[in-house]
Design a protein around this ligand. Structure first.
Ligand SMILES: Cc1ncc(COP(=O)(O)O)c(C=O)c1O
Length: 493
C-alpha cells in the first residue's frame, strides 16, 4: 500500500480551493516581477487576505512594546519605554511559570488571561456575568471553532451531524466542517436586505435537512464575514429563540466585533442574558473572538478565545481534553490577548498614543469601506450592499455571456475566471464568490489595507472591468458604448 493510500480519505478528498489557486498565481506573478518580468503593474495588490499587517497596516505600539519587554526582560528597566508598558510587562511575566514567556501554560490558557477576558466580557455585556472557567484560550479562534465542531461531530448511526451555515459564509468554514465529517446545512442570507439573516430561511433550511443529517448547531458570523452585515437586537433574539426551539447549539463568530462602523455591535451573550430565564438559563451558546481581527490585527501571534455559556460541563471537559493535545496556545499571543481585553486607561502613559492608533485604524477601515462601496456601485453590472462592519465587501457582478461561456469551456466558475483575468492583467487579487453555481456571481474584497493601496487597486479593477465589458459585450450592462468610455476616463483620472 502506498503512503498516499494510507492518508485519511476525508483529507485526501479535499481539493485545493479556487482561492488557493488564485493565491499561488499571485505568488507566481510576484516572483516573476522580482525576477525582472515586465508587467503593466509593479506589484500585486492582495485584497483577500484579511490580514492587516500583511497588507501594510501598522501594529499597535502598546502591544509591541509590552511584548518586547516580556521577551527581553532587561527592557523592564529601560526608561525610554512608557512606565505603564514596563509595569504591565512585569505583571504579565509574574503570571507565567518561571516568570518567562518560554514556559508552557495550562492548555486552556493562563489563568490571569482567562480572568482578564472574563472581566472584559462582563463589562462589554452590561454586567451579564462571565466566569474565567468558561473561557478557553486557543491558538486562534478557528482552532476553538474546530474543537467545538469536533465535539459535536459524532453522528448517530449513519446520520452525520449537521450545522446550519450561512451562505455566503467565511471561506474556511465548509472545509472545516467537511474535515470533521459534519454536513453543511445552508441557509441563504438576503442580499437585497444588506445580507440580513431571515428567520423564515432558517426554518426552510432546517426542514430541508431532515433525513439527510442530524442538525445540532447553527453557526452565525456577526459582523458577517464576508458580507459586513451587523445583526440588530431583534434579529439576534429571533435566532436565539429558534436555537432554543430546535435545541441547537449556537456557535457565534464575533471576531470582527471591534470593527463596526455603520451600526452598533451587540453580542449574542448580552442579548441572551436580557431575555427571559427560559432562554438565558438554557440556550447553549459558544462565542468566539480573536487577536487576528479588528483592533489588534495580530493574527500571526495566534491567539483567540471562546466563551461557553450553558454548555454541559461534561462536554466542556472534553474541550479541555482536546486542548491538551496542543499543549498550550503561544504565550506571546495569550499575553497580547490580555492587552486587547484590558487596554491602557485614561491617565496611563500609553493611553493617548493607544487611543489615537485605534481611532485612526478604525477611521481608515470605515473610509475605505465607503470608498470601495462607491466605486463598485459606479461600475456597470456591479451592485454592492453597504457594509456595517468587518473588513469585507461582497458585491454581486453581472458577467457578460461571453465570459460565462469561456468559463464553462474551461470548467471553472465565471467569477473565478474573472478574478484570474483581473490578477493576470492588473495585478489585483480579489476573492471569487463563496456560493458557486448560482446565476449571480460575487467578488470578495478585504478593505483593511492602507488607503493608497486600496485606491490603486480600485483604479486597476475599474479599468479591467470596463475593458472586459468592452471585449465581451460592448453594450451589455450599459446603454451605449460612449458611456463605457466616459466612465473609464472618469475612473482613470
Ligand atoms: C470567519 C473567521 N473567523 C475568524 C478568523 C480568524 O481566525 P483566527 O482567530 O484563528 O486567526 C478567520 C480567519 O481566517 C475567519 O475567516
Amino acid at each position: 500500500m502506498s503512503s498516499l493510500q494510507q492518508v485519511n480519505p476525508r483529507v485526501r478528498g479535499m481539493r485545493a480551493s479556487p482561492h488557493a489557486a488564485l493565491q499561488s498565481l499571485a505568488a507566481r506573478i510576484t516572483q516573476e516581477i522580482l525576477q525582472g518580468a515586465q508587467r503593466s503593474f509593479k506589484e500585486v495588490i492582495d485584497l483577500t487576505s484579511g490580514d492587516p499587517q500583511r497588507a501594510g497596516m501598522k501594529s499597535i505600539s502598546f502591544v509591541r512594546q509590552v511584548l518586547a519587554a516580556c521577551l527581553c526582560p532587561h527592557l523592564l528597566k529601560d526608561t525610554s519605554l512608557p512606565v505603564d508598558v514596563r509595569l504591565r510587562a512585569q505583571s504579565l511575566l509574574d503570571s507565567c511559570d518561571g516568570g518567562s514567556v518560554g514556559a508552557y501554560t495550562p492548555s486552556s490558557g493562563l489563568t490571569r488571561v482567562r480572568q482578564s477576558v472574563a472581566e472584559f466580557l462582563t463589562r462589554r455585556d452590561a454586567g451579564a456575568p462571565s466566569h474565567s472557567r468558561d473561557v478557553y484560550i486557543s491558538a486562534g479562534s478557528q482552532v476553538a471553532l474546530m474543537l467545538l465542531v469536533k465535539l459535536l461531530a459524532g453522528g448517530e448511526g449513519e446520520t452525520p451531524t449537521g450545522v446550519l451555515t450561512p451562505v455566503p459564509c467565511p471561506p474556511t468554514l465548509p472545509g472545516l466542517l467537511d474535515g470533521e465529517g459534519v454536513a453543511l446545512v445552508p441557509y441563504q442570507l438576503t442580499e437585497g436586505r444588506g445580507w440580513a439573516l431571515e428567520l423564515s430561511e432558517l426554518h426552510r433550511a432546517l426542514e430541508a435537512s431532515r433525513g439527510r443529517c442530524n442538525p445540532r448547531a447553527i453557526y452565525v458570523s456577526n459582523p458577517g464575514i464576508p458580507t459586513g452585515h451587523v445583526q440588530d437586537r431583534k434579529s439576534i433574539e429571533e435566532v436565539i429563540r429558534f436555537a432554543a426551539a430546535e435545541r441547537l447549539v449556537l456557535l457565534v463568530d464575533e471576531v470582527d466585533q471591534d470593527s463596526v462602523f455603520g451600526s452598533e455591535f451587540i453580542s449574542y451573550k448580552r442579548v441572551l442574558f436580557q431575555m427571559d430565564k427560559v432562554y438565558s438559563e438554557s440556550v447553549e451558546l459558544v462565542s468566539f473572538h480573536s487577536l487576528s481581527s479588528g483592533r489588534m490585527g495580530e493574527g500571526g501571534l495566534r491567539a483567540g478565545f471562546m466563551e461557553a455559556v450553558n454548555m454541559d460541563p461534561e462536554v466542556m471537559h472534553y474541550a479541555d481534553v482536546l486542548l491538551c493535545f496542543d499543549i498550550s496556545a503561544p504565550v506571546t499571543g495569550q499575553l497580547a490577548l490580555d492587552l486587547m481585553v484590558d487596554p491602557p486607561k485614561p491617565g496611563d502613559a500609553s493611553y493617548d498614543t493607544y487611543t489615537q492608533e485605534i481611532l485612526s485604524a478604525r477611521a481608515t477601515l470605515s473610509q475605505n469601506a465607503q470608498r470601495a462601496w462607491q466605486t463598485l456601485n459606479g461600475l456597470p453590472g456591479v451592485s454592492c450592499q453597504p457594509a456595517m462592519g468587518g473588513a469585507y465587501l461582497y458585491p454581486s457582478v453581472r458577467l457578460p455571456a461571453g465570459i460565462q461561456e469561456q468559463a464553462e469551456m474551461l470548467g471553472v466558475e465565471p467569477d473565478v475566471l474573472y478574478c484570474e483575468r483581473l490578477l493576470q492583467e492588473e495585478g489585483v487579487l480579489v476573492g471569487a464568490g463563496l456560493h458557486p453555481g448560482g446565476d449571480t456571481h460575487h467578488l470578495r474584497l478585504c478593505v483593511l489595507v492602507p488607503p493608497d493601496s486600496l485606491e490603486e487597486a480600485l483604479t486597476r479593477l475599474s479599468s479591467f472591468h470596463l475593458r472586459l465589458l468592452d471585449r465581451f459585450s460592448p453594450c451589455e450592462g450599459l446603454k451605449d458604448k460612449d458611456e463605457n468610455v466616459n466612465l473609464r476616463e472618469k475612473i482613470c483620472q
